[in-house]
Design a protein around this ligand. Structure first.
Ligand SMILES: [Zn+2]
Length: 421
């Protein structure tokens, strides 16, 4: 991998970088759409490439189950299998194992689970995870990490307590095993990322950072894991900041599992370069179009006679063809073409949010970009307090020119992703 920082924001920790992988250049910061089953739901690989997307994510767990590594090897890797010519990142498969299989047991050796097809006990070790990712041929591979115990009743990972410390230290040991296995393979065109764990415990995070930074020469980049699992947003951003502040400047930083526009921009301001989430494509299938004026729920009856496009300034195929909100309302839950149209729009929206950030950082006006974005996106609905706090920590006061703006405390977003416009 070639990684070069091209510009830094004068105020925040945001930066623009050029990351060159075996399948071309990806400019950072970037948002990675998720193609769980080797396909972005609703789009062909050619459509995704035509939107200008240069890096997508595949799920190792799913690809290993189907089509399996034999077919992938026969095809020459997942790029050839799915007809994707640009860069590909794969997760380790560990998170899906723990979140989808109730009976997964984590041991020092690896994650023990029941095959969903045969019921046979199967072990995913760090070495096996890398071996599968070698068969996939992804440009960026994630280490197998111990994500801690998954609380199925609460649907989120545990973030404090002794199990989090145990998981963090095991993640470091597993990183060493992944590094060893990968280095022996000689597959230097594939790049291994470490995953910083430690839940929401800042002491554990620091210990993990100490250990992982020591291994800098043997990893191509770093992810910040163990978040986006239901922790308070005011805690979330502080952990992101702690990690991004300490991670080496000459390695890309990837915040896993975030996709709301405000989360993306806050993370970029804190120094994050990459993010992924199923959110924009999933919400599209539920009829929600993301726009710079906030999300629009096209299922609502009030759009039935609205002949304007989602966003007249959007370059996506849906908007530039002038497809009306009324038409999308008409088909969204009935015809798959509706989901395709909205998925293309939402992927382009995320790319525009990040592309706009890159341009603003290069031009030296990223703080203004943030202020304008928040004013347009949230307007009178009010700003999430955690965003205000997070951006103040890097020198941007969203309320400076808008002191009367409502500030909403609490978690998540002020959007229910139901409607506004
Ligand atoms: Zn559009």
């Amino acid at each position: 991998m070639e990684f070069e920082v091209l510009a830094r924001c004068h105020t925040t920790r945001a930066r623009v970088s050029r990351m060159k992988l075996a399948h071309g250049v990806t400019m950072l910061p970037t948002f990675m759409p998720v193609a769980t089953q080797a396909a972005i739901k609703g789009l062909t690989a050619q459509q995704v490439e035509a939107l200008g997307i240069t890096l997508i994510l595949n799920n190792t767990y799913h690809l290993n189950l189907r089509p399996g590594t034999e077919v992938l090897k026969e095809a020459g890797g997942a790029h050839q299998f799915q007809g994707w010519r640009r860069n590909l990142l794969t997760d380790s498969g560990g998170f899906q194992l723990v979140s989808l299989n109730k009976f997964t047991k984590i041991t020092e050796e690896g994650a023990l689970f029941e095959s969903p097809f045969t019921g046979e006990p199967t072990m995913l070790t760090p070495e096996e995870s890398i071996s599968i990712q070698h068969a996939i041929g992804s440009d960026i591979m994630m280490q197998l990490d111990d994500v801690g115990k998954f609380s199925h009743s609460l649907l989120h990972t545990l973030t404090t307590g002794p199990r989090v410390g145990e998981a963090m230290w095991r993640t470091i040991r597993w990183l060493d095993r992944c590094i060893e296995f990968h280095e022996k393979s000689g597959r230097s065109h594939q790049n291994l990322f470490a995953i910083v764990q430690g839940g929401i415990d800042s002491v554990l995070r620091d210990q993990c950072l100490n250990e992982m930074i020591k291994r800098k020469d043997r990893v191509a980049g770093y992810a910040i894991g163990g978040l986006s699992g239901g922790e308070e947003k005011d805690v979330f951003w502080r952990i992101i900041k702690q990690c991004a502040d300490r991670l080496p400047a000459d390695r890309p930083r990837y915040s896993m599992g975030i996709g709301f526009a405000e989360d993306l921009l806050v993370c970029v301001a804190l120094g994050v370069d990459m993010a992924d989430c199923v959110f924009p494509t999933r919400t599209a299938r539920f009829g929600v179009a993301l726009t710079f004026s906030g999300p629009i729920n096209l299922r609502l009856g009030k759009h039935a006679a609205d002949l304007q496009p989602i966003d007249g300034t959007c370059p996506c195929p849906t908007c530039s063809d002038g497809t009306s909100r009324a038409m999308l309302h008409h088909i969204i839950t009935l015809e798959t073409a509706g989901a395709h149209a909205l998925t293309q729009h939402n992927i382009v929206f995320e790319a525009r949010v990040m592309g706009g950030a890159r341009e603003a950082i290069m031009n030296g006006n990223f703080p203004d970009y943030l202020k304008t974005f928040f004013a347009n996106y949230f307007g009178d609905a009010g700003y999430p307090e955690w965003c205000v706090n997070a951006l103040r920590s890097v020198g941007v006061d969203l309320l400076e020119d808008r002191p009367d703006t409502k500030v909403i405390s609490g978690d998540g977003t002020v959007w229910e992703y139901s409607d506004r416009a």
